[in-house]
Ligand binder design. Structure first.
Ligand SMILES: NC(=O)c1ccc[n+]([C@@H]2O[C@H](COP(=O)([O-])OP(=O)(O)OC[C@H]3O[C@@H](n4cnc5c(N)ncnc54)[C@H](OP(=O)(O)O)[C@@H]3O)[C@@H](O)[C@H]2O)c1
Length: 77
C-alpha cells in the first residue's frame, strides 16, 4: 500500500516498486484520475495488479476504509 501515490514521492515509490518486481500494489490518494494513470504505468512496469483506492486520509473513517478495501481485494496473506 502506497499512500500519496497520485504524485511526487509516492508516485515515484509506486513506480519503483513495480519496476523492482512488486506484483500487487494498492495506490492511495484523493485524486482518482491521477491514481488511475499511475496504476496504468505501474502495470506497464510489471505490476500484475495496481488497485486504485481513492480516499481522503485526513478522515479517520476513510483510513479504515482504505485498509479494508485493500485487504478485501488482495486477501490477508
Ligand atoms: N519533495 C521533497 O523533496 C520532500 C522532502 C522531504 C519530505 N517531503 C514530504 O514528503 C511528503 C510528500 O512530498 P511530495 O513532494 O511527494 O508531495 P506532493 O507531490 O504534494 O504529494 C503529496 C501526495 O499526498 C497525497 N495527499 C495529500 N493530502 C492527502 C489526503 N488528505 N488524503 C490522501 N492523500 C493525500 C496527494 O494526493 P491527492 O492530492 O490526490 O490526495 C499526493 O499524492 C510531504 O509530506 C512532504 O512534506 C518531501
Amino acid at each position: 500500500m502506497v499512500t500519496g501515490a497520485s504524485g511526487g514521492i509516492g508516485e515515484g515509490i509506486a513506480l519503483s516498486l513495480a519496476r523492482r518486481g512488486c506484483k500487487r500494489l494498492a495506490l492511495v490518494a484523493r485524486r482518482r484520475e491521477r491514481l488511475e494513470e499511475v496504476a496504468e504505468r505501474c502495470r506497464a512496469e510489471g505490476a500484475e495488479e495496481a488497485l486504485v483506492v481513492a480516499k481522503d486520509l485526513s478522515v479517520d473513517a476513510q483510513c479504515a476504509e482504505a485498509v479494508e478495501e485493500t485487504v478485501k481485494h488482495f486477501g490477508s496473506e
